[in-house]
Design a protein around this ligand. Sequence first.
Ligand SMILES: [Zn+2]
Length: 310
Amino acid sequence: MTTTVKTEQSNNHYWHSCKPLLWLIALGAMALTPTLYAAELPTSTPVPGGVAVIALKLSGAPTPQVRYRQRQVMVRAGKKGWYAVVGIPLSAKTGSHKLQVSQGEVRYPISFSVRAKSYEEQHITIKDKRKVNPNKLDMTRITRERKQIRAAFRAWSKPLDTEQSHSLNFELPVSGRLSSPFGLRRFFNEQARKPHSGLDIAAAKGTPIRAPAAGRVVETGHFFFNGNSVFIDHGHGLITMYCHMDSIGVKVGQELAPGESIGTIGNTGRATGPHLHWSVSLNDARVDPALFLSRQQRNQLSNSLNTKTN
Ligand SMILES: [Zn+2]
């Protein structure tokens, strides 16, 4: 998939004088054709809540289309042709899973294996009992909000047309202490609830939250459980969500550069203290946000889990 330029030696003077020009043409073609970027792909972690990176054994145009569980999947150029970058939901069963691949007239399925991963239990006490057992009126609101949240996670768009927007490497949206990792099997007031579909970073109220990569704001609002929230669409089914914010500083449709502030840390919604709940969604599957961080940031974050600095 990488663009190669002929580099062998030649005695032909004309060829030598053309070389810089050929390089320029090649670079220009790369800039105009986003799919030609050999993306830095995340490490393949085919587990529930992980990201499977699967070689499609195809190269050339057009970009293959891939579907998984009825949803379109991100396809990226890599060292050996096209790869599917597949989000696996926490609810996925272990064993064989199937992708439907097509490129032009060619159609075929690819199987891949999802292996087991065990996540720890977490028991949380919430003082506001309505946030654990909502009343009838709350339930009407929750049902409406679920549809709104689902629609935001199912956005599909082209990434913004800049080189940075093609990166799958995120910066941490806020520096703070990891107060709750991704995937924990949760009990609120000793009642089993859905597993933790994001990670929590505790920081002082009012600390700015920053876009981890380029993207476009697709939804904002105040939600019953999630409090003040922002959704950013990074393109090709990659959506990030920020919850429990004190203030929201962006509007729907706004384009964001990496590192741009989107609002501040708070404890709105179902929260025991000021923190950011950060979710990353790929093809409508919530996956571990840490998979998109550099190894250094990942280590830094997991080392902060048991420290009590704030
Ligand atoms: Zn959380």
